[in-house]
Design a protein around this ligand. Structure first.
Ligand code: PMP
Length: 429
C-alpha cells in the first residue's frame, strides 16, 4: 500500500519535506508522524479530512478525539464567527467563560469551582500541584500506561506502547509511583509502601492513549476509598471521557466522588482548552489572597486561559450536545456496532476494547486472552495494527492515526461505519 499512498500524496510529500526542514521529525507532536510520511491536511468538514492532493478521508482520529460533533459543525462555526467579529482575545474576565462554567457546573457535580487553562497537560500538572498543596505530601500515584499529557510530574511510568521510560529530562521521578490498572490487590501493595507521603492518585476512567480500556468500577471505588482513608486526593482525569459518553462526566455513573476532575478536548469544542475543577475547599488553594503561606498555591492561569474563542466554541459545543438529545445514544450505539462487527470480521484474532463511541482493535499474540490493562495491550501486535490502519488510509480513504483508538462523531453515519467494516474485511495480513 506504500506505493499506492505515494502515488496519491505527491503534494503532501513535497510539503512534508519542507516541514522536515523546520520541525523535528516534521511534526510538533511526535504521535502525528507515521511512515512513510503523514499526508498534509488543507481543510476539514463534517466527517472528512481533505489533504493537499484533494484526497478525502473519513476521519476517526477527530482532532485527538476532541471533535465529538465532527469538523466544523454549523452551530459552533456560527458562534465562533460571531465571537471573532467582536474579538478573539481579551485577557480579562469575560461573559463567555461564565456561560461555559454555568453549563459545566450543572453537568459535573464536583465542579464547585473551575479553572481554565489551554491544554490538558496543564490541567493535570496543576491538579498534581493542588494535591501536593492541599495534603502537604509529595508523591503522586498514576496508572501504568496512563496518559495525562507531557507534564514532567506524570511522565515516569512506562507509557504504552513504549517499553521503557519515554523521556529524559524528567526530574524528581522518585515522586511518581505507578500502579497496575484494574488490579486492586497489587495496586494496594504499592500504595501502602508510599502511603505516608502520598498526595494523590490520578486515574483515567477509560485509559485513552493506554489502549482504550475501561476501568472496572470496583477498582476505582477501592482506590477512592484508599484515598479517603489515607488523606490523599482522588483525581479523575476525564479529559477524554468527559462529555464523551453522556452530558457530563463518566464518574457519576460509577457512583464515584472524586476530589478533582480534569477536563479538556470536547469541552473546548476543538479550540485549545484544559479544565481543572473540584470541590470548593480544595480549589480554594489557588486563591492566594489572604492565605497563610502553607495554604497557597499558584495554580492555573496563563496568557490564553479562558480566552473567548475556546470558551465560545466550548459553550456552543456543549449547548449542541445538551439539546441534541439523540447524539449520545446514536454514537454510543454505533460504537457497540463497530466493536461487534470488527470482532466478527477478525474471528478470534482481535480483542476490540472501548466504550461508547471510542474503540480500539488489538491483534492478539503471545497468548493474550484479555486486554484490561496497558501491558496486555502492549503485548498485542502493534505493527499489525499499524498496517491495518495504514491500509485504510492508503486504499480506502479512511483515517485512523495509525496505532491509535478511533472516535465516532455525530457527523458519522451507519453507512460510514459499514464502509469501514468493509475495508476491514478486505484487509490482508
Ligand atoms: N489526559 C488525557 C487522558 C489525555 O488523553 C490527554 C491528551 N491526549 C491529556 C491529558 C493531555 O491533554 P493535551 O494534549 O491537551 O495537553
Amino acid at each position: 500500500y506504500i506505493s499506492e499512498y505515494k502515488k496519491k500524496t505527491k503534494g503532501s510529500v513535497k510539503l512534508f519535506d519542507k516541514s522536515l526542514k523546520f520541525h523535528v521529525n516534521g511534526v510538533s507532536h511526535n504521535i502525528r508522524f507515521f511512515e512513510p510520511y503523514p499526508f498534509v491536511v488543507k481543510s476539514s468538514s463534517g466527517k472528512n479530512l481533505v489533504d493537499v492532493d484533494n484526497n478525502k478521508y473519513t476521519d476517526y482520529w477527530m482532532g485527538h478525539w476532541s471533535l465529538i460533533l465532527g469538523h466544523g459543525p454549523k452551530p459552533v462555526k456560527d458562534a465562533v464567527k460571531k465571537q471573532i467579529e467582536k474579538s478573539w482575545m481579551y485577557g480579562t474576565v469575560n461573559e463567555q467563560t461564565i456561560k461555559l462554567s454555568e453549563l459545566i457546573s450543572k453537568a459535573v457535580p464536583v465542579a464547585e469551582k473551575i479553572r481554565y487553562v489551554t491544554s490538558g497537560t496543564e490541567a493535570t500538572m496543576y491538579a498534581v500541584r493542588l494535591a501536593r498543596s492541599v495534603t502537604g505530601k509529595n508523591i503522586i500515584a498514576k496508572i501504568d500506561g496512563g496518559w495525562h499529557g507531557y507534564t514532567s510530574d506524570l511522565l515516569k511510568s512506562v507509557n504504552w506502547p513504549f517499553t521503557e521510560s519515554e523521556s529524559t529530562g524528567v526530574v524528581n521521578e522518585e515522586k511518581i509511583v505507578s500502579i497496575p490498572f484494574n488490579d486492586f490487590e497489587k495496586s494496594l501493595e504499592i500504595l501502602k509502601k508510599v502511603s505516608n507521603d502520598l498526595a494523590g492518585i490520578i486515574i483515567e476512567p477509560v485509559l485513552g492513549g493506554g489502549g482504550c480500556i475501561p476501568a472496572n468500577a470496583d477498582y476505582l471505588k477501592g482506590i477512592q476509598e484508599f484515598c479517603k482513608k489515607n488523606n490523599s486526593l482522588f483525581i479523575l482525569d476525564e479529559i477524554v471521557t468527559g462529555f464523551r459518553f453522556r452530558f457530563g462526566c463518566l464518574y457519576p455513573t460509577m457512583n464515584l466522588d472524586p476530589d478533582i476532575v480534569t477536563l479538556g478536548k470536547i469541552v473546548g469544542g476543538g479550540m485549545p482548552i484544559g479544565v481543572m475543577c473540584g470541590k470548593k475547599e480544595i480549589m480554594e488553594y489557588s486563591n492566594t489572597k489572604g492565605k497563610k503561606k502553607t495554604e497557597r498555591s499558584y495554580i492555573g492561569g496563563g496568557t490564553f486561559s479562558a480566552n473567548p474563542m475556546s470558551m465560545t466554541s466550548g459553550f456552543a459545543t456543549l449547548t449542541e450536545l445538551k439539546s441534541g438529545k439523540t447524539i449520545y445514544s446514536k454514537i454510543n450505539s454505533l460504537g457497540d456496532f463497530v466493536r461487534k462487527e470488527i470482532t466478527k470480521v477478525f474471528d478470534g484474532k482481535v480483542i476490540v476494547t472501548g466504550k461508547g463511541s471510542l474503540f480500539m482493535t488489538h491483534f492478539v499474540k503471545d497468548g493474550v486472552t484479555e486486554v484490561i490493562n496497558s501491558s496486555q495491550a502492549a503485548k498485542c501486535d502493534t505493527s499489525l495494527l499499524n498496517k491495518y490502519h495504514f491500509k485504510m488510509i492508503a486504499h480506502d480513504g479512511i483515517f485512523f492515526l495509525p496505532g491509535k483508538l478511533g472516535a465516532i462523531s455525530n457527523a458519522h453515519t451507519k453507512e460510514d461505519i459499514k464502509k469501514m467494516i468493509n475495508a476491514t474485511e478486505n484487509f490482508q495480513e
